[in-house]
Design a protein around this ligand. Structure first.
Ligand code: NAD
Ligand code: LMR
Length: 334
């Protein structure tokens, strides 16, 4: 039996947490032979609810769930952790953009970055899900000078999965046949979901779809605004699909991407050679191997794509400017 890994989940009594924790404990992210200890963080008023979630986790009798820690103290939650999934943050409501949350949610990630720096295991890998995810990731990482920037990532896998789902629906195929979509930039309504290098059943996706009007005027805005579409329909932001994308991200980061395939991950912008602004977390195509990842560089754009790439990069710089007083000392170093 492997040694248990310590996995922190913040916002553990929230909507995403309610789906994410059970899938982590079932082994969907880290493997069916990997025991875990869940270290769950909440704010003090939500601790009672968290106790209920922990009771349910216990009642599942998951063989891989070796222990649970429930706390409202980040230094306890992040003590010795191998993975940290930063979910705890306010969700947006109808009519808001994700960046409207920045001043409410940004400060959460200052203390969490410091606590991670102080307490996490050396190789900790950190996934930021709370919105605006890319900029919260930058804030967290900037307060953790002893943890390399590359060990932090913001989640754009939900956008990646949404893109695959829309393409499958359009072409009457299964998502398993769709490979190498790219989501560039920010997890926001400026993100650029790009099908130029994607394939459907082994053929170039633009050729199979053969409908540039659909791609530009329906597909791209739909993926960009899918979060808002769900809020309008459900009255709450996406939760199970967000948790599923979190599971996919950890699973891929940990166990690798098959063959030449890639997935979308928001990582330090300097790892890409595409001219993205420096010192932001930017979503790129990434390949994963042996628990690490690398950005797939050298892909080309047309003029349309180049413009979209710039728009989303500019927005990340604007967001960084808004939170400049929340950024720590570590920026590009590390
Ligand atoms: P929720 O309101 O149901 O749950 C959030 C939880 O976080 C609450 O239980 C709250 O008490 C807790 N929390 C707040 N501040 C905290 C802190 N400082 N420390 C620990 N816990 C804290 O919201 P949700 O639906 O679970 O969404 C959580 C976040 O994830 C939101 O910001 C949402 O916009 C974002 N989100 C991101 C993606 C993505 O693709 N990146 C997808 C969906 C949702
Ligand atoms: C999503 O993409 O569903 C989340 O970021 C939630 C939101 O506010 O859109």
């Amino acid at each position: 039996m492997k040694t248990p890994l310590r996995v922190a989940v913040t916002g553990a009594a929230g909507n995403i947490g309610y789906s994410l924790l059970f899938r982590l404990a079932a082994g969907d992210a880290l493997g069916l032979d990997q025991p875990i200890i869940l270290q769950m963080l909440e704010i003090t008023p939500a601790m009672k609810g968290l106790e209920g979630v922990a009771m349910e986790l216990g009642d599942c009798a998951f063989p891989l769930l070796h222990d649970m820690v429930l706390t409202d103290d980040p230094t306890v939650a992040f003590n010795g952790v191998d993975w940290a999934l930063l979910v705890g943050a306010k969700p947006r409501g109808k009519g808001m953009e994700r960046k409207d949350l920045i001043l409410d949610n940004g400060p959460i990630f200052v203390d969490q970055g410091k606590a991670l720096n102080e307490r996490a295991a050396d190789g900790v890998r950190v996934l930021t899900i709370g919105n605006p995810a890319n900029t919260n990731c930058l804030i967290t990482s900037s307060h953790a000078p002893d943890i390399p920037r590359k060990q932090f990532m913001a989640m754009t896998r939900l956008d990646h999965n949404r893109s695959m789902s829309q393409m499958a629906e359009k072409t009457g195929t299964q998502t398993a046949e769709i490979k190498n979509v790219i989501v560039w930039g920010n997890h926001s309504s400026t993100q650029f979901p790009d099908i130029r290098h994607a394939t459907i059943a082994g053929k170039p996706a633009p050729q199979v779809i053969n409908d540039d009007g659909w791609y530009r005027d329906q597909f791209i805005p739909r993926v960009q605004k899918r979060g808002a579409e769900i809020i309008a329909a459900r009255g709450h932001s996406s939760a199970a699909s967000a948790a599923s994308a979190g599971i996919d991200t950890v699973h891929t980061w940990n166990s690798g991407t098959p063959g030449d395939e890639w997935v979308s991950m928001a990582v330090p912008s300097e790892l890409g050679s595409y001219g993205a602004p420096e010192n932001v977390y930017f979503s790129y195509p990434c390949r994963c191997k042996n628990g690490d990842y690398e950005v797939v560089n050298g892909l080309d754009f047309d003029d349309f794509g180049r413009d979209k790439f710039k728009i989303t990069g500019d927005e990340l710089v604007e967001e960084r400017e808004v939170v400049k007083n929340l950024l720590g000392v570590k920026q590009l170093q590390g």
